[in-house]
Ligand binder design. Structure first.
Ligand SMILES: [Zn+2]
Length: 154
């Protein structure tokens, strides 16, 4: 499905509706907390995901990461908005915020909705994860480590 990439009220509604549909497919027998997510890529395509739990709890993957990874495996590298639907409008965990930060700009919108698909809160990703870790910061750190190694060789 493709919709306008401009973050608008219509985009939020459309994303929330798709996230709610994804939530219905969640595999959450342990937490009983089904989550659905939908992201719209810069290309205009939308990808959805739900949480998938495991009897070995630590292997559970959140809806947000499943949606983002689905898009990335289809060739997307940037998403412009994310919607998450939970029972009570819960917000993404720290791991999902960092994964989103890899593929979304800090000014990208994140819409949170409850089980009635009512948008309860909306944030920029930067507000949800101030000073997230970026590829640029990794490269800076790697360069510094190389420079330090080269200094000690002299
Ligand atoms: Zn998460």
């Amino acid at each position: 499905m493709r919709i306008k990439t401009q973050p608008t009220r219509d985009l939020a509604r459309g994303l929330v509706e798709l996230a709610a549909q994804a939530r219905a497919l969640a595999y959450a027998p342990y937490s009983q907390y089904p989550v659905g997510a939908a992201v719209v890529a810069k290309s205009g395509k939308i990808y959805t995901g739900s949480n998938i739990e495991n009897a070995s709890y630590g292997l559970t993957v959140c809806a947000e990461r499943n949606a983002i990874f689905k898009g990335v495996t289809e060739g997307e590298r940037e998403f412009v908005a994310l919607a998450v639907v939970t029972t009570n409008g819960g917000s993404p965990c720290g791991a999902c915020r960092q994964v989103a930060f890899e593929f979304m700009r800090p000014d990208a919108m994140v819409y949170l909705a409850d089980e009635t698909s009512r948008v309860t809160r909306a944030f920029t990703l930067g507000a949800l994860l101030p000073d997230g870790f970026t590829p640029a910061k990794l490269r800076q750190g790697q360069k510094r480590a190389r420079d330090d190694r080269n200094q000690t060789k002299k």
